[in-house]
Design a protein. Structure first.
Length: 462
C-alpha cells in the first residue's frame, strides 16, 4: 500500500477494515509509513480499544512521538490503559520538556503515576521545571542539551556529541560553558565540520551569545526565534549559568498559543481551555463567552442614554434616526481597523509608548482621508438613492451635510481612539488585545452618537 496515494479518510477506513479482519501485522506496516503527527490526527477516528492496540503496534520511538502529538484526553486514556512497564517505556523515549507539558495537563492521580515510573534524576528535573511560572521561559525549556568547554578540540566535541547526543533534543547547536556552567559562547555542528580536528572551540566559537533568563516571558523568548532565525535559544539563571534551552518547535507552540489567545480576546472571549474546538463542551464554551457579552450588553446602556437624551430632537426630524445604524457601524469598523493594526504592531515590537504621537499623527491623516472619501460617496448616495430613488421624506441638503460631516468627524476620532487605547493598555501592563474590536466599538458607538446629535443641533437648529 502506497500511503501517498490515499487520503487520511481512506487510510482510516483501510486500517479499520484490517482491524476487523485481525490483520495486525499489516496495520503495523501501514503505521511505519505514516508520520507520527498524522497518526495522532487519525486517533480521533478510532475507538478507545483500537487506540490502545494501535499504540502497542508502534515502535518505541515512533510511539513516543505520536503520544506527544495526542490531545490531553487521549493521552490520559492511554496512560490509564498502560501497564507500568509500558508507561516507563514511553516516558523513557520522551524529551523532558514534553513530559513536563503532559504532566501539566493531567489530573493528580495520573501525575503521581507518571512520577512513580520515572527515575530519581528525571523526577528531580521535572520538579525543577514545574516550579517555574507558567508564562516564563523556564517553563518551556529542556535541560537536554549538548555543552562543550572552550579548550575542547573539534575531535573532543564530536566524541562528546556521539557519546551524549542520543538523548538530547537537538545536537546541531552546541553551547560553550566554563567550569561553573556560565554561558560563554555557542557553536554549531556545521562550524565543527568546517574546522580541523585539532582546532580548539575557543578559536571559532561565537561569543556574542543571545540568551534569555529563566523568568523572562516565554512570548519574548519565542519572538527571538522569529527575529534571529534560531533553531535553539539558551536559557540562563540570574548568574548567567546555562540551565537549559528552548527549541524552535516549542517556540512555535508558544507563538500559536499567544496568537490564539489574542484572537479570543479581540473577539471578546475569555479562553478557559487549551482543547480543540470540538472537544470543548457547551457549558465551557458558554462560560468563555458570557462575561464579555454581559459587560458589552450593560455598556450598551450608555448608547441608550444618549439616544434618550436627544429623543425630543429626533422626534422633530425623524429621518435622522434612519442613519444611526450606518454611522455607528462605520465608526466602529474604523476604530477596529486602527486597533487591530496597532495591536499587531505592539505584539511584534514595531512600536512602543514613545511612538504614540507618531501613531496618532499617522492615524489622524488616515482618518481624514477615509472620512472625506466615505463622506463624499455618502453625500451623493443619500441624494441619488435615499432622496430621489427611494423618496425618503425629510432629506434635505442640510440633513445630508450633517450626516456626511458626522462621518468625517467620527472616523477621525475613531482612528485616534482605536490606535491609542492599545498603547495605553500595554503601558499599564495590560494585554493590548483587551482593547479589541468589541470594547472599542462600544466606546465609539457612544462617541458617534454624541457627534451626530451635536452637529444636528448646531446645523439644523433642532
Amino acid at each position: 500500500m502506497n500511503i501517498e496515494d490515499y487520503t487520511n479518510e481512506e487510510i482510516v477506513e483501510n486500517i479499520s477494515a484490517l482491524y476487523r479482519d485481525r490483520k495486525f501485522s499489516e496495520i503495523k506496516n501501514i503505521f511505519k509509513e505514516i508520520n507520527p503527527t498524522d497518526i495522532a490526527a487519525m486517533y480521533d477516528e478510532f475507538t478507545d480499544e483500537q487506540r490502545i492496540l494501535f499504540f502497542r503496534l508502534l515502535p518505541k520511538e515512533e510511539a513516543a512521538e505520536t503520544f506527544v502529538e495526542l490531545d490531553g484526553d487521549t493521552q490520559e486514556s492511554l496512560i490509564l490503559a498502560f501497564s507500568d512497564t509500558e508507561l516507563r517505556e514511553v516516558l523513557d523515549e520522551l524529551y523532558l520538556d514534553d513530559t513536563v507539558d503532559i504532566i501539566e495537563e493531567m489530573p493528580a492521580t495520573i501525575v503521581r503515576r507518571i512520577l512513580k515510573n520515572t527515575d530519581s534524576q528525571t523526577r528531580a528535573s521535572i520538579n525543577t521545571l514545574l516550579k517555574y511560572p507558567e508564562d516564563s521561559a523556564g517553563s518551556i525549556m529542556t535541560t537536554e542539551l549538548v555543552d562543550l568547554k572552550k579548550d575542547n578540540t573539534v575531535e573532543d566535541a564530536f566524541k562528546r556529541i556521539r557519546r551524549t547526543g542520543v538523548d538530547k533534543e537537538t545536537i546541531y547547536t552546541c553551547y560553550v560553558t566554563d567550569k561553573s556552567r556560565h554561558l560563554i559562547g555557542v557553536t554549531t555542528v556545521k562550524e565543527l565540520l568546517l574546522h580541523e580536528y585539532e582546532d580548539k572551540i575557543e578559536d571559532f566559537m561565537e561569543t556574542n551569545t543571545i540568551f534569555v533568563y529563566t523568568h523572562d516571558d516565554k512570548e519574548t523568548a519565542a519572538n527571538l526565534f522569529d527575529r534571529y532565525n534560531f533553531l535553539a535559544l539558551p536559557v540562563v539563571d540570574m548568574e548567567q549559568r546555562l540551565v537549559g534551552i528552548i527549541t524552535v518547535d516549542d517556540a512555535i507552540d508558544v507563538l500559536q498559543e499567544e496568537n490564539t489567545e489574542d484572537i479570543h480576546k479581540m473577539n471578546a472571549i475569555v479562553r478557559t481551555s487549551e482543547k480543540p474546538y470540538l472537544k470543548i463542551g457547551v457549558f465551557e464554551t458558554w462560560k468563555s463567552r458570557i462575561p464579555w457579552l454581559m459587560l458589552l450588553m450593560v455598556s450598551g446602556t450608555f448608547t441608550s442614554m444618549i439616544i434618550n437624551a436627544f429623543e425630543d430632537k429626533l422626534s422633530a426630524l425623524i429621518v435622522l434616526t434612519a442613519f444611526i445604524p450606518m454611522l455607528m457601524d462605520t465608526g466602529g469598523n474604523s476604530g477596529s481597523q486602527a486597533s487591530v493594526t496597532v495591536i499587531r504592531a505592539l505584539s511584534l515590537n514595531e512600536i512602543e509608548m514613545k511612538d504614540i504621537f507618531k501613531v496618532i499623527f499617522k492615524e489622524l491623516r488616515v482618518g481624514i482621508l477615509c472620512g472625506l472619501s466615505l463622506a463624499s460617496v455618502n453625500f451623493v448616495k443619500i441624494l441619488l438613492i435615499d432622496k430621489m430613488l427611494l423618496g425618503t421624506e425629510g432629506i434635505t441638503l442640510l440633513v445630508d451635510l450633517v450626516i456626511s460631516l458626522t462621518l468625517v468627524v467620527e472616523i477621525i476620532f475613531a482612528k485616534i481612539v482605536g490606535c491609542t487605547l492599545p498603547i495605553f493598555a500595554k503601558k499599564l501592563k495590560f494585554d493590548p488585545a483587551v482593547m479589541s474590536s468589541p470594547f472599542i466599538t462600544t466606546i465609539i458607538d457612544a462617541l458617534s452618537l454624541l457627534i451626530y446629535f451635536q452637529l444636528s443641533s448646531a446645523i439644523l437648529h433642532i
